[in-house]
Design a protein around this ligand. Sequence first.
Ligand code: HEC
Length: 109
Amino acid sequence: MSIIKKIPLVLIFFCSFSYAQNVSGEKVFKTYCWGCHHQTSVAFGPSFQEIADIRTRGEIQGHIIAPLSTYKQLGHKRSVMPSFQGKLSNEELEAITDFIYTFKSQKEK
Ligand code: HEC
């Protein structure tokens, strides 16, 4: 590939990179999770508060990326949550995890 053809790719790379710096967990939540999870009340899936109180970052991120490999370990009988592998960037995954932890109930610790 000639250098000229590579320039747009490089630009796309840097644009997505600078965009990724600004990802907000709340935006990820509203875009992908809100239909099934609410902040503090049980919806289709458990509330973020419940999740934050009992799960590690690894468990949370593992379930978002590969629910079918983690649901049994987390005590669910079945899994209907879609995998977000390839849909969320690493930055978005970190941001949504931080966002979930903001709902940790105070009395728990
Ligand atoms: C179609 C509905 C649906 C969507 C969309 C969805 N979830 Fe879920 N989620 C569930 C259900 C139902 C469960 C219970 C276990 C299962 O089905 O895998 C769950 C389980 C989880 C768990 C593990 C709960 C535990 O036991 O600790 C996490 C973490 C989680 N979801 C995070 C997210 C995040 C973050 C998003 C958005 C990026 C999201 N979910 C989007 C339905 C959904």
